[in-house]
Design a protein around this ligand. Structure first.
Ligand code: ADP
Length: 336
């Protein structure tokens, strides 16, 4: 690795399979924004990845623009980071191929997300779905990134990316750092769904997911519908998952005082979940509304959007070209 004062390289991506939500923000975007000053950052909208599960491309353009506008609205500065679309960087497919020669069918088939997705779309278990971890590794290794800010759901993919990097280095020579999941030393985040089952997500569980473009009334409606019960009757009763989730959400958007007040109420068996949900709904509205409004203004400025995406692709393309020179030399697919 270089010894210069070069900033450590960071890479991450979000699929345009829908629009962004609270999980995208706290699992990924929040860290992107915190990292943009001190790291060399590559953040992409993973449109190729989305084709493995969403082959119908009718809403692809709208989703890509929506997701990019939300990255910007959350505070990402396109002059500091490379914000680009995966399909604009053709070198990705070349590296993906090389990494596929190092990825084994057995380990790919064992990946949790592959098994989940194969269950959800039994009629379309395509080869790219199986090799998703190789493509994700290509996205990261293309910039020789060291840190990858992601949510907890991506931990296993990252481990595979590290394995592929190690195998490549072992076979062809030291080119890639082993990429690490990153969350400023804290545990990786999982933002739970409002119905107590699974995580918030772009494409599944839409009534239990709070989107960054939900209007105020919809936010309130979704939060008020969250599952609760009669509350604890005996001090020391452990919290059921669905209640713990609500506290977790409260911790993300409310003040410490508010959070602690409800924890005390719970411990004293005097909690009123109606009040907790009202408070949570108001704090969610306060958090989401400014992002939503800003994203609309940004999205409506198409020439600005185009400028941002072209600038991002140029920066990412430059870094990809450099890496691929090293990769081709190392493999030996360069004859003169
Ligand atoms: P989705 O599951 O919504 O389709 P992606 O697979 O595109 O999201 O993931 C984009 C980023 O957002 C990844 O870093 C992922 O870890 C993070 N992320 C997505 N959902 C959540 C969640 N509910 N909690 C924490 N992080 C999440």
């Amino acid at each position: 690795m270089e010894k210069s004062a070069k900033k450590p390289v960071v890479m991450s991506g979000i699929r345009p399979t829908g629009i962004l939500h609270l999980g995208s923000y706290f699992g990924a975007l929040q860290n992107y924004i915190r990292m943009q000053d001190e790291y060399e950052c590559y953040f992409m909208v993973a449109d190729l990845h989305s084709l493995t599960t969403h082959p119908d491309t009718k809403s692809l353009r709208a989703n890509v623009l929506h997701v990019i506008s939300e990255h910007l609205a959350c505070g990402l500065d396109p002059d500091k980071v490379a914000l680009y679309c995966q399909s604009a960087i053709h070198e990705t497919s070349e590296l993906y191929f090389y990494l596929n020669t190092l990825a084994y069918k057995g380990e790919l088939e064992k990946t949790t997300t592959f098994k989940d997705k194969a269950r959800l779309q039994p009629q379309n278990i395509n080869a790219a779905l199986l090799t998703y971890p190789s493509l994700m590794a290509a996205d990261i290794l293309l910039h020789r990134a060291l840190y990858v800010p992601v949510g907890k759901d991506q931990e296993q993919h990252l481990e595979m990316a590290r394995n592929f990097a190690t195998r490549f280095n072992h076979r062809y020579g030291e080119i890639f750092p082993g990429p690490l999941a990153f969350n400023f030393g804290a545990a990786l985040v999982k933002v739970p769904a409002l119905d107590g089952s699974g995580k918030m997500s772009k494409s599944e569980n839409q009534n239990a997911t709070l989107y960054l473009s939900d209007d105020d009334a919809l936010i309130r409606k979704k939060v008020m519908k969250a599952k609760t019960d009669e509350g604890p009757k005996v001090p020391g009763t452990p919290m059921p998952d669905y209640i713990e989730n609500l506290f977790h959400l409260l911790q993300l958007v409310s003040t410490t005082e508010v959070y602690e007040k409800f924890v005390t109420d719970y411990n004293q068996c005097s909690i009123r979940y109606g009040d907790l949900k009202k408070q949570l709904a108001e704090n969610m509205v306060q958090f989401i509304a400014p992002i939503r409004e800003k994203a609309i203004v940004i999205r409506n400025n198409e020439s600005y959007m185009q400028e941002v995406m072209e600038k991002g692709a140029a920066k990412a393309g430059e870094s990809a070209k450099k890496t691929m020179q090293l990769v081709r030399d190392a493999i030996g697919v360069k004859y003169f």
